[in-house]
Design a protein around this ligand. Sequence first.
Ligand code: NDP
Length: 299
Amino acid sequence: MNNRIRGDLAEIAKVNRSKRIKLADGASVPRIGQGTWFIGENESRREEEVAALRLGVELGMDMIDTAEMYGDGRSERLVGEAIKGIRDEVFLVSKVYPHNAGNMRLARSCEESLNRLGTDHLDLYLLHWRGNIPLEETVEGMERLVEQGKIARWGVSNLDTGDMKELLRIAEGTHCVTNQVLYHLGSRGIEYDLLPWQKGHRMPVMAYSPLAQAGSLRKGLVENATVQEIARKHEVSPLQIMLAWTIRENDVVAIPKASSPDHVIENASAGLIQLTNEELWRLDDAFPMPSWKVPLDMI
Ligand code: NDP
């Protein structure tokens, strides 16, 4: 284990388990969970990916995010393999395609996800992004799935502030527990209005691509001198600093995707990094939040 990894594994697990975020219905989730986009696509890496996810759960990153879209169900199948025997320890999240998010199709999609995941319920089911099916119909379908015990709760993804307001005007739209959106140090648009709005509604943001896909979503992010210097000071990598930055307050849950145990350990140990106010100001200087409304960033 190199010096970027702070603390031993037991300490990492202990800290991550002790610092959790409450959803509006009282359920608790870790500040750092695990994404699974592109996981399960390469047979030769299957064993390592399963081991990586299981290690992540051991280290307190016990929320796993997947979707029917990812690899046409291959990600869900791999997650199903990874959670075998530890289903009760995992907060399991999947997402439905917008074109499947109405009437009978929603129930069918959910059932197919459950089959691939080898479980009888999801802890959270999200509308992947807004499509043509009216939100009312999706809310109604989600509520039905809750009544049937197929899902414990539901939420949305890639909805901007206007869409969220519209959602909450629908009867039972207030049961939405989260909105999963793109958020990393190089993309801070949600801080202008969506993040404060969700905070006001006790609805934590679930941050996807918190590592900006290892920096590839924004040139100059990982290489930035301030990020590099702060990383050196903490003896961690720039990506770990980016992850610690994303969860710096108790209103964001990050779901980095890692397919190797080494990356999983690095991500889990980011939960131990405490950025100082001075470091946060310097990062603000290097990557300011916008002072005007920008359209929701998404990939
Ligand atoms: P991330 O920002 O999580 O970056 C993933 C990349 O970073 C992978 O290439 C991974 O490599 C690499 N990586 C992870 N940890 C480390 C590390 N410690 N050091 C170096 N490299 C590292 O990108 P994603 O887009 O995957 O976002 C995370 C998750 O969010 C997705 O997997 C998915 O579950 C969800 N998502 C949701 C979307 C939505 O529309 N709702 C859209 C996009 C993502 P490696 O695999 O080799 O470890």
